[in-house]
Design a protein. Structure first.
Length: 268
């Protein structure tokens, strides 16, 4: 395995790069950890996720993005957009297929990942990231226990951190409520959540799934009956000795997501 870090040249964004020794023109997975837009939880939702996809034939990339006071409005989304564009522009060197650049996000990282899927085409994002139209559109995304809405049963602290204020305007809340922006341009989504999530209500997954259904964009939805917020891989690797973070049923999500990607490609 080849491992290296690179600065993306925008904000504080750093990309951890994991390339398999024999992988050529492999699918790419951009991993976006959560942390409520106040930190980046790369220990459980970064490298372990990258290595899981690497072991299944992907080259993987973990995004460390700007958060809190270091993240002016739209900075995290511009950084994530820059990461997708970087992978595509350097696809030959990185050994990836530019037509198969996916992204997976967790919690607030799921919001950032979902923003890539639904807001990638916004002019202000392209200008801030310094990219061409479409360079930042993921082929498909995985949204794990994602923060989605600022208008319903959401996780408001994530939006307060993202917007830098505890008194956001209605316009700001609507802009970042992703269920309002799903349309024919949105990237397909594999969505998973647990009914017992006490931090980010399961309704967030239902809101975005309903929006995808309405727009007739391919999606797959898994709601597991049990499990706390932050399951990550849902196995011993990311549980860190806490049994409640182990769920064999939910732990199938990585393989299930890959099946979803293949069905998109093969049309079956």
């Amino acid at each position: 395995m080849i491992f290296e870090k690179t600065e993306l040249g925008i904000g504080n964004a750093i990309l951890d790069i994991y390339i398999g020794d024999e992988l050529k023109k492999a699918p790419a997975m951009l991993v976006i950890p959560g942390g409520g837009y106040g930190c980046v939880c790369a220990d459980r939702e970064g490298e372990p996720i990258a290595l899981a996809y690497l072991s299944r034939g992907f080259n993987a990339f973990v995004l460390h993005y700007s958060v809190g006071k270091d993240a002016p409005v739209n900075c995290p989304l511009a950084e994530a957009s820059s990461a997708i564009a970087y992978i595509r522009r350097n696809s030959e060197k990185l050994g990836v297929d530019p037509e198969k650049v996916y992204a997976v996000g967790f919690s607030a990282g799921g919001h950032l990942c979902g923003s890539l899927a639904t807001l990638w085409h916004r002019d202000e994002i392209k200008e801030k990231a310094g990219i061409e139209y479409g360079e930042n559109r993921p082929t498909a995304v995985v949204l794990q226990y994602p923060v989605i809405t600022a208008l319903g049963k959401g996780h408001m602290n994530s939006f307060y951190n993202l917007l830098g204020t505890r008194e956001p305007t209605r316009e700001q809340l609507e802009y970042y409520s992703l269920e309002k922006h799903v349309d024919e341009r949105s990237a397909p989504a594999f969505i998973l959540h647990t009914a017992g999530d006490q931090a980010v209500p399961v309704e967030n997954a239902l809101y975005i799934a309903e929006a995808y259904a309405g727009a007739k964009i391919p999606f797959e939805l898994h709601i597991y009956p049990f499990g706390p917020h932050g399951l990550a891989l849902a196995n011993e690797v990311t549980a860190k000795g806490k049994e409640e973070f182990i769920d064999p049923q939910a732990a199938r999500w990585v393989d299930d997501s890959i099946v979803f990607f293949k069905r998109l490609t093969e049309g079956k």
